[in-house]
Design a binder for this molecule. Structure first.
Ligand code: MLT
Length: 246
C-alpha cells in the first residue's frame, strides 16, 4: 500500500491535537465524527435540510437562537439547554426541518470543522452513510486528501479511524493512480478497515464512544450509523455553512 507514485498524497489525522502536523492550505479534508455529528449531517441532508451552521461556542448557539434560528447541540452527549434537540441523526429527520437552516454545536465534531477551515482548504463531511459519494467528490478536486478524525476530546477514536480506513482504501483503489500514501496512520486505518469490513457493525462494539452512548441511552443510532452508502449527499463547508453539493 505504501507508494510514492501518484500525484496527490492521502493522509489520516487521528486527532485534532495532531492537526498541526498535517495542516495544509490547499488540501481536501474529509472530516468525520461517526458518533454522531457527521452521521447526523448526512441524515439532515437526506431529509432535505437546507444548510447546517457549525459553531464551537455555546454563546454562539445562544446568539443564533436569539436571531430565530433552529439550534441543535450537545456536550458529552447531553442536549444543550439552549438547543431544541441534541445530536441524534434521528433528530434531523423531522419533516419540519426540510428547507430550514439548523445551527449545530457538538463536543468534538463542530469544533474540528472550525479548526480545519483555513486557507484554500476544501472541507467535506464524511460518514459511512455517504462514503463513496464524499470520496468521489474528494478525488475530483485533484488535491492532496486528508481524512480528519474528530476523535473524542483529542483522543483516538475507533469509529472515526474505521471510516478513515474505508475512505483511504476507496480512494487508493479508485483514484486511477492519481493518489498515493506514505502515511502510517493511513496505512494503519486501512488495516483496521480490512479487519472490520465483513461486519463493521459488529466490530464497532469495541469502540469506547459506543459504550458512552449506551450508558446514556443514546445508542439507538448504531445500526443506522454503520450502514454503507445509503445516502448520496456531499456536505461541504462553504464559508460559515455546510451545504449539500450532491
Ligand atoms: C461530537 O461532535 O462530539 C459528537 O458527535 C458527540 C455525540 O453526539 O455523541
Amino acid at each position: 500500500m505504501y507508494s510514492e507514485k501518484g500525484k496527490y498524497t492521502v493522509e489520516v489525522c487521528f486527532s485534532p491535537l495532531s492537526w498541526p502536523l498535517f495542516e495544509k492550505e490547499n488540501a481536501v479534508i474529509i472530516l468525520t465524527d461517526i458518533f454522531r455529528a457527521t452521521t447526523s449531517i448526512c441524515a439532515a441532508f437526506q431529509n432535505k435540510v437546507k444548510s447546517i451552521i457549525p459553531v464551537a461556542e455555546i454563546l454562539e448557539s445562544i446568539a443564533y437562537k436569539e436571531k430565530g434560528y433552529i439550534v441543535s447541540g450537545e456536550r458529552d452527549g447531553k442536549k444543550l439547554d439552549c438547543a431544541e434537540f441534541g445530536n441524534s441523526p434521528f433528530n434531523f429527520m423531522e419533516p419540519r426541518l426540510q428547507g430550514k437552516t439548523v445551527v449545530m454545536n457538538t463536543t468534538n465534531g463542530t469544533q474540528a470543522m472550525k479548526m480545519v477551515q483555513k486557507g484554500n482548504n476544501l472541507v467535506g463531511i464524511g460518514a459511512f452513510l455517504n462514503l463513496d459519494a464524499i470520496c468521489n467528490w474528494a478525488m475530483q478536486q485533484k488535491r492532496p486528501v486528508i481524512v480528519f478524525c474528530a476523535g473524542w476530546k483529542n483522543r483516538f477514536s475507533l469509529e472515526d479511524t474505521l471510516f478513515a480506513g474505508a475512505a483511504v482504501n476507496y480512494i487508493l483503489k479508485n483514484g486511477k493512480g492519481d493518489f498515493h500514501t506514505m502515511c502510517d496512520s493511513a496505512i494503519a486505518s486501512v488495516d483496521i478497515w480490512h479487519q472490520a469490513r465483513i461486519n463493521p457493525r459488529a466490530y464497532i462494539e469495541k469502540a469506547a464512544h459506543r459504550h458512552r452512548l449506551k450508558k446514556m441511552g443514546l445508542d439507538d443510532i448504531l445500526d443506522y450509523s454503520m450502514q454503507l452508502n445509503i445516502n448520496q449527499c456531499i456536505p461541504v463547508l462553504v464559508d460559515e455553512e455546510i451545504v449539500d453539493m450532491g
